[in-house]
Design a protein. Structure first.
Length: 95
């Protein structure tokens, strides 16, 4: 069992969160994610590795490409609940 708070550490990286949000609507290859986020492919690949190791994304092979998607409905629920919560809050200074 992962240590308490592991998921918050994973969501603490803005690049990983951006990748997860990009995958909310559709499956994408590393190239598509990099283009959508205007980032270098190696940076995306590095973060996808962390997300895969923590079971937040999954992939399937399509020819020579790996196509990534959210691992399951729980991941999209976490993202939705987080955004809903942020929408209810007044902006605060980050500590």
């Amino acid at each position: 069992m992962p240590p308490p708070g592991w998921v918050f550490k994973i969501f603490g990286d803005s690049t990983r969160v951006k990748i997860l949000y990009a995958l909310l609507d559709k499956e994408m290859s590393v190239t598509e994610i990099a283009s959508t986020l205007s980032m270098a492919q190696p940076a995306i690949s590095q973060q996808l590795r962390v997300l895969k190791l923590n079971s937040l994304v999954k992939f399937r092979r399509e020819g020579k490409s790996l196509i990534y998607s959210l691992a399951d409905e729980h991941v999209s629920e976490i993202l939705s609940i987080g955004m809903e919560h942020l929408g209810e809050q007044q902006p605060q200074a980050v500590l």
